[in-house]
Design a protein around this ligand. Sequence first.
Ligand SMILES: NC(=O)c1ccc[n+]([C@@H]2O[C@H](COP(=O)([O-])OP(=O)(O)OC[C@H]3O[C@@H](n4cnc5c(N)ncnc54)[C@H](OP(=O)(O)O)[C@@H]3O)[C@@H](O)[C@H]2O)c1
Length: 350
Amino acid sequence: MSEVLNVGIVGTGIFAKERHLPSYQELSEKFKVVAAFNRTKSKAEEFAKLAGIANDKVYDNLDEILNDESVSYIDALLPVQFNADIVQKCIAAGKPIIMEKPIAATMEQARQIVKLSDSTELPVGVAENWLYLSCTDVVKSHLTEIGPIEAFTYNSTGPFVLHNKYLSTTWRQHPEHIGGFLSDGGVHQLALLTDILGEIESVSALTKQVRKQSGTDDIVFSTLKLRDSSVIGTFTYGSAFGSCEKSVFLKIYGLNGSILLNVSNKKNPYVEVIVGGSAEADAKTSRFEISQEDSFGVNSEFLNFREAVLNKEKHLLKSTPRKAFHHLACVAAFLKSSSENGNNVPVEQP
Ligand SMILES: NC(=O)c1ccc[n+]([C@@H]2O[C@H](COP(=O)([O-])OP(=O)(O)OC[C@H]3O[C@@H](n4cnc5c(N)ncnc54)[C@H](OP(=O)(O)O)[C@@H]3O)[C@@H](O)[C@H]2O)c1
């Protein structure tokens, strides 16, 4: 299909400029950014220059961009407490929407978005680029070799970055979204984990705030049980520490071996598969180096959303509100468990 989709951007901040626009420009035979709206208009005008958007398509309010019939869909990159509202308005205007993760600021809003997307045939997508990484397919293709899976360890830890550009955004400094950085970055990790192993049923967790700049708790150490399964595991997340190696990995333990997915170097993730039933076995180790393209899944996520829009078929979407609800619900469960001194709590379902 060669039809070019016309994109209307709402929220022309850091990620719109530094990742969404370059991705659309790389895929210029399939997408054209034609309109923009931002709370501070001067930033939308600056964005429009980079994107080649005509002056009269830099709008003063949301209604104007929603009423622009030339816009095929809305790509929203807002502080996430505004996601539910814009989904509602897009559906009312008959426009498909893809919005940036996490799905919402609260579970109530997340539930509302799932309901709204269930109520329409329009594609409503959550931009969760970690669902589109090629390393995931490599791991999945080797899972049966290591026998029944028994347990896993997910770790995403790193040093605090003092000059992190994202820390300068006021909505992150004073988070309305539950868990602050725990949901901001944590949902990516939960997306990768649950895409490979399945949904999480319950958690026991302790969270705490290490850096005052985070505005709320910023690390979690937890144990998890997968839904309808006896698989158990641990999930550790936080980039609030002093000097340490950035370490992002999933280790899956089976009765006949193990798989390590290491994403510490985003450009070159690798997968190591060890097949063998015990310490005495003549175990076979295979290593797969993966070259991850620069957009880290964003290009693929746009192409997937495009298929859903062009075919008017929301079921083609990989990154659905239901999936994104689960990722945020895990963070909500971590916080609830921690507030109860680590009690085991179920993960909410929509
Ligand atoms: N997938 C990823 O790896 C990734 C990475 C980064 C960000 N993101 C997501 O992208 C989204 C944007 O993040 P960002 O880092 O780009 O943040 P940002 O730079 O702060 O951009 C947010 C934009 O929303 C606008 N905005 C703020 N309050 C608003 C309001 N009340 N009504 C309408 N617009 C408002 C801001 O306008 P002003 O110019 O007026 O402030 C700003 O342009 C978030 O959902 C974030 O989670 C995803």
